[in-house]
Design a protein around this ligand. Structure first.
Ligand code: ZN
Length: 249
């Protein structure tokens, strides 16, 4: 078992605030900025930002180094940022990217998969995500997985793909890394700086709490929870999300 290295959370939070309140930048719709933070051995959170109506929104994904190569969890917002992510990460590690998992059919999770597919990198998504992406006219993941609770193995690394039920989106999944006890909650989970549920145009607010409870009941030794947006922390994020859902009912 590898040793988990947790970095100063306060410091992370500070970076996040700077990120989120960052000023607009002349003429570009996407701020070409990517940050990497190694939160455990061979596991990085990457953060990209997007300028949405003059509000800078940051978004998290994961990069996992396995003995077979690099795995991505989600892509940045578009192909250009995804290319930039791949190129920038090469300065940290030159091993090939061997696959990507996307956690639901929204642009902030899979807007860049065209770049990966064009570079012969398999992109995995649930059948539900592929169906929804197809209906929306998005590029779809090219590897369909049919699962509710499945552990996949890449070399020496285990990833549990878990569908907890509807919440932020009808197809949102979470990804559990049992060896490092990291839960990638994606957009099912809100960060502590969120005061509301954010974009709920695809949400099922009635069932969202049950889905978060399914995550809590499924994974008992979570050390780090990574939300789709905002600072990562521990299981407090799951409780905070439940509180926000309750306020929204
Ligand atoms: Zn979403």
């Amino acid at each position: 078992m590898r040793m988990l290295r947790v970095f100063g959370r306060l410091f992370d939070g500070l970076i996040w605030l700077i990120c989120i309140t960052g000023t607009a930048y002349g003429g570009h719709s996407f701020k070409e900025d990517i940050k990497f933070k190694e939160i455990a051995e061979d596991i990085w959170i990457y953060t990209t930002t997007k300028d949405l109506d003059k509000r800078v929104i940051s978004s998290n994904g994961l990069i996992i180094r396995t003995s077979e190569g690099i795995i991505l969890v989600d892509t940045p917002w578009d192909t250009k940022l995804t290319q930039l992510l791949v190129e920038k990460f090469k300065k940290i590690n030159q091993e090939p990217i061997i696959g990507a998992y996307v956690t639901h059919a929204h642009y902030d999770r899979m807007g860049g998969i065209r770049y990966l597919i064009d570079n012969q990198i398999p992109v995995y998504g649930s059948k539900q995500t592929i169906e929804i992406a197809k209906k929306k006219g998005y590029t779809t993941p090219n590897q369909a997985l049919n699962y509710k609770d499945t552990t996949v193995i890449h070399g020496d690394t285990y990833l549990t793909l878990f569908y907890p039920g509807k919440g932020h989106a009808p197809d949102n999944i979470v990804i559990w890394l049992p060896q490092s006890k990291i839960l990638f909650g994606g957009c099912l989970v809100k960060s502590l700086i969120d005061k509301d549920l954010g974009g709920v145009y695809d949400a099922d607010i009635k069932n969202w709490s049950m889905s978060v409870m399914n995550v809590i009941n499924r994974f008992h030794d979570i050390e780090i929870v990574v939300p789709g947006h905002g600072p990562w922390r521990n299981t407090e994020l799951l409780l905070h999300t439940l509180k926000l859902i309750e306020q929204n009912k």
